[in-house]
Design a protein around this ligand. Sequence first.
Ligand code: 5AD
Ligand code: SF4
Length: 441
Amino acid sequence: MSKSFFIQTFGCQMNEHDSEIMAGMLIDKGYVPASDRKDANIVLFNTCSIRDNADKRFFGTLGQLKKKKMAEGENFTVCVTGCMMQQQHVIDTLKQKYPWVDVIIGTHNIHELPDLLDNLYKEKKKQLSVWPEGGDIVEGLPSKRLFKHKAYVNITFGCNNFCTYCIVPYTRGRERSRRPEDIIKEICCLAQDGVKEVMLLGQNVNSYRGEGADKVWDFSDLIRAVNDIEGIERIRFMTSHPKDLSDKLIDCFRDCSKLCHYFHLPVQSGSSEVLKRMNRRYDRERYLELVRKLREVDPDMAISTDIIVGFPGETEEQFEDTLELCREVGYDSAFTFLYSIRKGTPAEKFDDQVPEAIKHERFNRLCDEINSTSAVKNAAYVGRVLDVLCDGPSKRNSRSLSGRTDTFKLVNFKGDPALAGEIVKVRITSSNTFSLEGELV
Ligand code: 5AD
Ligand code: SF4
């Protein structure tokens, strides 16, 4: 009898893509995807440890499976993977409080999942395999894409930046780039399979350095090559570090017609002093200069960011520098986060932690600022006719379709669900803070 599986993913696009790969491997082995967690014989959690609330949500959700595991024993399998598994204190907690978990896998060896399941069933023994560091990049893994017309493509793994608040360099290891030939081959296959939009993924994509047959490729070389692939119509990437944003990359926005005019450029703080303590290796002025250069290429370039509120030692004045920077840039959107202490990072030891009440108060002020700018930016789209890549029925309202503009604006409009995967013309009729409404032209 075939076994069904369900993967629940926490965290970023890297995790989402890892889940697509694990789903692809399981399907190749004859396992069947379940559409609901309740119906699956195998449940796999892909975890995130970027902030404390991600940790807490995982343990809460895992606890919900205990009853079923106790009742069904060997007929129900619980697996856990993702960034949390790269931390010894998490493994210790799992062993002590959740000893009924069957398989634990780290972030560097997800390709082992099918073998670990085989071992579990053959040996009737719990499986734990966590590699402390990434080995050679494993190529050629299958992937069960969420969308037929859009695909994630890893280009780098890991991070060498060691921002003082961040756990990622410890959970994802040192930065490694895939070979350009492997990336191009993968994207050509995706294009043949109907993919129109690729999202190039890495913790820090613009420090990409790929060993090609002829030379070492940088990120702009890679974008130019992807731009030449027939069938691909849109190129996006995530995430960039301002310290590595080169003029060569900015020139790609002039030269590469498929490169979307949307730039996610995490600033983290608008205060040069805070940026220094975060080890970000750029200052406020340099960041604003980059924004200016991007807007020189295209005044309508959409820009979004990540901001941390309440980093240790952040004063009211330094926080106001962040508010002021947001006003100056005019972000299309921003992900805002309360600073969260992460075990093992340098900032854990900083002794001037900001009190929770102050963090929350600043957070609310920042959200008000960001949301009002987003609403103004979106309102400027009303009346325009735009190309929208239709994703299919909207998540919020199944009688409506939704899709994204080149600038990554979410657009809702009425139409035939068969338009999923097509680039259609939509006239924008009204705007909200986080989305646009429109009608097919
Ligand atoms: N606390 C709060 N936010 C964090 N981020 C990373 N680490 C932390 C932390 N310890 C945020 C950063 C990063 C985004 C993915 O998560 O803004 O860009
Ligand atoms: Fe974390 Fe900084 Fe690396 Fe981003 S660049 S993953 S914030 S250490």
